[in-house]
Design a protein. Structure first.
Ligand code: HEC
Length: 173
């Protein structure tokens, strides 16, 4: 072997060596314990550690969810805050069909007429006066024939606010 080929081999070896060392780490033949998984984070895992439980006798502010067969009691007082929230939510979620004043003149009504479907009724005053709050809650939650269910759009608390507000809609005539 001439001196020149020897030198060429050494240079080649020096070039290839880092590549081989790199591959050893890449293919984890030599492992470096790097935290690459979120599971190794200091976060508290599901069902792990101490949980804060509500105090004894605490009542959920959301109220009881809709139970099949029985109507839930209205857990939200019809105070100023509730009525104010209810009014805003009503105009966002109900007025398109039932109208701002509740008499059933929302902008969706022509569509109901076009398809000859049962149109949004007047829900003011005595029209719903004989309905329990829970019944109104159930209609909002589950819908009713041609009225869509709105449970996805309104939280439980929001639905009760709307129920409280709907109660205040006056018959206008
Ligand atoms: C997409 C249109 C639409 C929206 C939005 C809508 N409703 Fe209705 N609603 C209807 C229709 C249509 C009916 C009548 C269904 C039937 O014929 O059974 C109805 C029926 C009702 C009834 C029963 C009235 C009765 O005399 O039986 C109540 C109460 C009511 N809606 C309240 C609400 C409230 C509160 C909201 C908002 C949270 C709302 N609706 C949103 C279309 C709508």
């Amino acid at each position: 072997m001439t001196r020149q080929t020897k030198r060429a081999f050494i240079i080649l070896g020096l070039l290839i060596l880092p590549l081989i060392v790199g591959l050893l780490f890449t293919y984890q033949i030599i492992k470096i314990p790097l935290p690459t998984d979120m599971a190794d984070s200091p976060a508290v895992l599901y069902q792990e550690g101490v949980r804060l439980s509500p105090p004894v006798g605490a009542v959920s502010i959301e109220g009881q969810p809709l139970v099949v067969g029985s109507l839930p009691e209205n857990p939200v007082m019809a105070d100023e805050v509730s009525l104010q929230r209810g009014e805003i939510l009503y105009s966002l979620h109900c007025a398109v069909c039932h109208g701002e004043s509740g008499i059933g003149d929302g902008s969706m009504v022509p569509f109901y007429e076009k398809y000859d479907a049962d149109a949004p009724p007047d829900i003011t005053g005595s029209n719903i006066g004989n309905m329990f709050d829970g019944a109104l809650f159930r209609i909002i939650t589950k819908g009713m024939k041609t009225m869509p269910p709105l449970a996805e759009n309104l939280t439980i608390r929001e639905r009760w606010d709307v129920v409280n507000y709907v109660r205040t809609l006056e018959v206008t005539e």
